[in-house]
Structures are given as structure tokens and as C-alpha cells.
Design a protein around this ligand. Structure first.
Ligand code: SF4
Length: 283
């Protein structure tokens, strides 16, 4: 049974992203009728890993299917460190630990100056078996107060993005590069990222998602070692320790530049395509 409120919210977000919808799709009862569904373009098979070369991606207007939660594949052991910021010993993943173990260490962490000004650490939220981990940069004021990532204005927008893509926060995982709020919502400093990023790496190592969705420059720098503009790395699928990484904009960017939601939607379609086709047969 289609929840009409949820469907209208999804359709509204698609319209904001520039997706062309059949006229009758504003009527939730008709949007999913066999007649309309038969006119909707199917989700295209993935031809390559370039968004720009995949214009059909953007023509999709059918609500994506819920992504089934499947056991994550066993990844090969990491033999060489990812060439990014240096990782302190405390940040090295240890065998047998759980997310709860890491969370306890984060809660007591004083490795950088952000410990002084935080109200509380913001570890991460979602499923330990998540097929995808969404990575942001750091907590803001709302997150620092509530102890949960992405609960402020950018978080509400992220919720709409997730809903439009068929996800919910319980079946995915959301985490940040730094676990304490930088004062004034400034970007984390390189030394703060260096001190904290290992916690994220350990979260990812424990979860072993099939895909990582890196939102914004800080997350991209941390995971890929790329310090340029997001636009320079978007449009290709990268890797972090054999896990596909989709670089995208931070939801806060869409609050300032709503027209760029279209780009974010394209990235979400690539994510869905990757999850549905299986991350192991990527190019
Ligand atoms: Fe520790 Fe990270 Fe918080 Fe710094 S930001 S005090 S490294 S948890």
C-alpha cells in the first residue's frame, strides 16, 4: 500500500531535482497504476562509471525499490595504507572490536582540541550491516546538542534525499569524518582530521559496506586524499580499500545552491545502480 504523504514528498523532491514526472503522478492513487508505470522509463543498466556519459540516469521517474540488506562481502585484507592523511596508532582498526567498542573510545576521546568545546561526541547512526555508509564532515550545532549526525537543516534535506532514493536511516549508516563539533561550524582542521579519521576508518572496516557515499570536500579528502573541488572528482566511482566510493556534494551545499540538487540526485542514482547491479562487477 502506497503511503500518499510519503509518495507526495518523494515526488516533490524529484521535481526540485528537475525530474520530469508524468502529469498524473501528482495523484498518488494513479502514480503507481499499471498504466502509468508502463510509461515510466526503467532504471537503465549501468554502462560505465561516468555520470556525464549516462544521461538516461536522469530520466528515471519510477520510485526506486528498497535496497535489500544483504551480508557484506568479505573484503580482501588491507595490505597498504590508503594514501591520505597520516593515521595515529590509536586509529588503526583492531580485529574483533565492535562499533560499540569504537563508540566508547570516541566518547572518551581527547585527542584533539575539539574535545574542549564539544557538548558531546557524535559517533554515527544506522545499521551495522548497512549496504551503504553516507559520510559527512562533522557535527554542527544541532548534532552537537542531540548527539546524532545530520539532524539539523542539512540533515532534514538528507532525509528527503534518502526517502526519494528509497532508503531510510535505519537500514543505512551515517557518520562524519570528525566526531566533535568544530566551533562555529568551521571546517575541521587537517590536524583534527588526522586525529579523528581513524575512528571513521574503523567504523567502515567493521561495517564493510558495499558502497561509501562521500558527501562534501572534507569526506572526499579523508577517504580519497583529493583536496580539489568536489566537481573535479564527481562523476566517477573511486575506491577506499576496495570499497567503491561515490563522491558527491554535502547536503548543506544544496541549501545554498538548490539548483545543484540535480547533481546530488544523479549521484544517488549511481549509488542505486551500483547497489542493484552489485558492487563486485563494477568496471
Ligand atoms: Fe577525539 Fe575526534 Fe573528538 Fe578530536 S574530534 S576529540 S579526535 S573524537
Amino acid at each position: 500500500m502506497v503511503d500518499s504523504t510519503e509518495l507526495l514528498a518523494t515526488l516533490g523532491y524529484w521535481e526540485e531535482c528537475g525530474v520530469q514526472l508524468p502529469p498524473m503522478s501528482r495523484n498518488p492513487g494513479q502514480a503507481h497504476s499499471p498504466k502509468i508505470r508502463s510509461r515510466m522509463p526503467l532504471f537503465p543498466a549501468k554502462e560505465n562509471n561516468s555520470l556525464q556519459n549516462n544521461p538516461e540516469l536522469f530520466s528515471r521517474s519510477e520510485p526506486p525499490a528498497r535496497v535489500p540488506i544483504r551480508p557484506a562481502p568479505i573484503l580482501p585484507p588491507v595490505t597498504t595504507p590508503t594514501p591520505i592523511l597520516p593515521v595515529q596508532e590509536v586509529t588503526i582498526a583492531r580485529g574483533g572490536e565492535t562499533l560499540e567498542d569504537i563508540q566508547r573510545q570516541v566518547a572518551a576521546c581527547t585527542q584533539c582540541r575539539l574535545a574542549v568545546t564539544r557538548n558531546q561526541t557524535v559517533f554515527g547512526t544506522g545499521s551495522a550491516q548497512a549496504p551503504v555508509v553516507f559520510v559527512g564532515e562533522g557535527p554542527g550545532e544541532d548534532e552537537d546538542r542531540q548527539g546524532e549526525p545530520f539532524v539539523g537543516a542539512a540533515g532534514k534535506l538528507l532525509n528527503r534525499m534518502l526517502q526519494a532514493a528509497g532508503f531510510n536511516r535505519e537500514t543505512i549508516y551515517i557518520a562524519n569524518v570528525v566526531k566533535c563539533r568544530p566551533p562555529g561550524n568551521r571546517n575541521p582542521l587537517p590536524e583534527e582530521m588526522t586525529a579523528c579519521q581513524g575512528y571513521l576508518f574503523r567504523q567502515l572496516t567493521q561495517i564493510q559496506p558495499r558502497v561509501i557515499f562521500a558527501m562534501g570536500k572534507i569526506a572526499i579528502t579523508c577517504l580519497l586524499g583529493q583536496t580539489g573541488a568536489v566537481s573535479r572528482v564527481r562523476g566517477k566511482i573511486h575506491e577506499w580499500r576496495s570499497i567503491p566510493v561515490i563522491p558527491s556534494y554535502h547536503p548543506a551545499y544544496y541549501l545554498r545552491q538548490p539548483a545543484q540538487k540535480k547533481a546530488g540526485w544523479q549521484d544517488l542514482l549511481v549509488l542505486l545502480n551500483l547497489l542493484q547491479s552489485g558492487s563486485q562487477d563494477r568496471p
